[in-house]
Design a protein. Structure first.
Length: 284
């Protein structure tokens, strides 16, 4: 039996797989803050420190939790991840299997082994608690470091809009961690890399994903900008401008149900990858 070629579907999380920001569902209310006030304070701290916005919001989470006598642990964050508002079609339901099982099966028909990854500025610990976590080969996201009692004490990793691009290379080269810089910088011929860029599809939702989408687009892979179908026409127009600026290949609503425009786009791209890779079955 011919070995199937690895193909990667890579997703942002907030705004791409789930509505809004994961911290807003239950964490921010749990520390007694209004959502708007939390982000306004995080922005103010970032500007005063001339710091990185991701690290500063994570630091603010720690500070507010301590002030409320609610130290952050990995388990607490996982529990806050349980209730993220996932877009339609991602989870299996009474109508049939969810997005990941359907896409995996579709890829297998075309001689491709689909692997799913997350590259997100959101929190790895919360993503670990979400209902679809088991679908992903690996999650690259911001996360905390913990003391001997399991309490979060400082940001260990902050993934922002520019650092996201490095994780495409980590997936490309099979370096599935944050710390191995020597391996990620080592030259590896394109035909020896586990997943070449032309067998990658990236799905993101907005400004923080633009560098990643643009790089994917220029490296021979495919990028799709998704939007919340409940958003305003103005928000959708902003996303559509990414096509006119040649930053993405496609735009679609974040609707993961079978036969949705997004479903058809991704399956079409999988078919194109199979043709280019020579794995398309003769009867297709």
């Amino acid at each position: 039996m011919t070995r199937r070629l690895k193909t990667a579907l890579i997703y942002d999380f907030d705004g791409t797989l789930a509505r809004g920001n994961m911290q807003e569902v239950s964490f921010i209310p749990s520390v007694g803050m209004d959502i708007g006030d939390f982000w306004a304070e995080a922005q103010s701290l970032t500007e005063r420190a001339d710091g990185d916005g991701i690290l500063m919001y994570m630091q603010l989470m720690l500070a507010r939790a301590r002030e409320n006598g609610q130290p952050i642990t990995r388990q607490v964050l996982r529990e806050h991840g349980h209730d993220v508002k996932l877009f339609d079609g991602l989870k299996a339901d009474l109508t049939g299997p969810g997005w990941f099982a359907r896409i995996d099966a579709f890829g297998a028909r075309y001689g491709l082994d689909i692997e799913h990854y997350i590259v997100s500025a959101g929190l790895e610990e919360m993503i670990d608690g979400c209902p679809i976590r088991d679908a992903f080969r690996h999650v690259f996201a911001s996360k905390f470091v913990y003391d001997d009692h399991g309490v979060a004490i400082w940001p260990a990793v902050g993934v922002n809009y520019t650092t996201k691009t490095q994780y495409l290379f980590r997936i490309n080269k099979g370096v599935l961690n944050h710390y191995e810089h020597e391996r990620i910088n080592k030259f590896i011929p394109d035909d020896e890399r586990p997943i070449p860029f032309d067998r990658m599809i990236f799905l993101g939702d907005g400004d923080t994903d633009v560098p990643t989408m643009k790089m994917m687009h220029t490296k021979g892979g495919f990028s799709i900008a998704v939007y919340d179908p409940r958003n305003s026409e103005r928000d959708q127009a902003k996303i559509y401008s990414l096509i006119s600026e040649d930053r993405v290949n496609f735009v679609a609503a974040a609707d993961y149900r079978e036969a949705s425009p997004l479903d058809l786009i991704v399956k079409g791209l999988i078919g194109r990858i199979a043709v280019n890779a020579g794995t398309m079955p003769a009867d297709q």
